[in-house]
Design a protein around this ligand. Sequence first.
Ligand SMILES: NC(=O)c1ccc[n+]([C@@H]2O[C@H](COP(=O)([O-])OP(=O)(O)OC[C@H]3O[C@@H](n4cnc5c(N)ncnc54)[C@H](OP(=O)(O)O)[C@@H]3O)[C@@H](O)[C@H]2O)c1
Length: 315
Amino acid sequence: MPGIAVSKCVLVVGATAGIGRALALAIWALPSKPTVIVAGRRKERLEELVKKGLDDGDGRIKALQVDLTAARDSLKAFTEHTLREYPDVRKACLIFVFVRSHTYMHSQLDSVVFSAGIQHITDFSKPEEIDLDGKQPPPDSLLFFFPYNVSSSYPDFTSEVNINYIAIVTLITFFLPHFLKLSTEGRPTFIIPISSMLAIVPSGTLSDYCAMKAALHSLSLSLHSNLASTNVHIMEILPPLVESELHDNQGTSEALSKIWMPLDTYTKYAMEGLLRGDVNIVTPNHEWLWEKFEKDKIGETPMSLHRKHSSYSSV
Ligand SMILES: NC(=O)c1ccc[n+]([C@@H]2O[C@H](COP(=O)([O-])OP(=O)(O)OC[C@H]3O[C@@H](n4cnc5c(N)ncnc54)[C@H](OP(=O)(O)O)[C@@H]3O)[C@@H](O)[C@H]2O)c1
């Protein structure tokens, strides 16, 4: 399978911090010089990345502000805006004068990394403390393209489901027609969800987070199988505990910093997997977990299970 080095334009959703930011910069630094579009809510962090691209390079870092808790229409608008904003310059020049409105169909975007995520403790031994509803989000019209105060994140069950799973499925669905079109033109494209090793072995007090990561892992396997005959490739990244801002809202970052993997070490492993084109990217120290619980799943299909079952019943 081809790897990220063949990509010309990569969107990283959740690039303002942690793993997404580090991967965006590592991809930007590849000798293949792809354009990197960084996305997230915090405008000043996005601007800092764009400035870095201008100061250290040739301006190949672009930014788009997005909030994944926005309604489906806004996520659709975000997808269309991304494709329109970053056309394949060569093709666009040829057709621009004639069919401007179709320029987006020739967007150079060929990869999306889904790094945005949130994590909250859900302790079912204290069910009265579980916030199913959370605060009301600001009006949808404010959630896309416009800066707003992000100190009001929504620490509830529903946001965790939306950001960690539903928004990702929604965006994949919206980006796929473009990716499938590039695929028919012989161009490889990549969908890169970031799930977690907690998708494989869940934690007791992160039940909602782990359930959504397990869903994302399952979706990645299904997409890989579903799109096997196309040039759309899935590379699922399954990080272990890694240095980032993910746990800041729980007040556990300091304690976890004693055991987490440093971000630069992790980025190196993740990039090795992306460059190889691995379908599932697991760090070497967690390969034993993958071998124990997941390895045998890969390659099994409902048809092969059906065949095995039929052969039992025919004995
Ligand atoms: N670090 C770990 O130990 C670990 C382990 C396994 C898996 N992961 C996964 O790795 C991914 C990256 O996490 P991280 O550890 O790097 O966390 P992080 O440092 O907290 O970064 C999270 C990113 O998600 C973005 N984000 C959060 N809510 C968003 C929203 N509503 N709309 C748009 N963007 C949003 C944030 O940007 P804004 O706040 O600017 O919007 C930020 O860029 C996540 O999917 C996480 O679940 C992390």
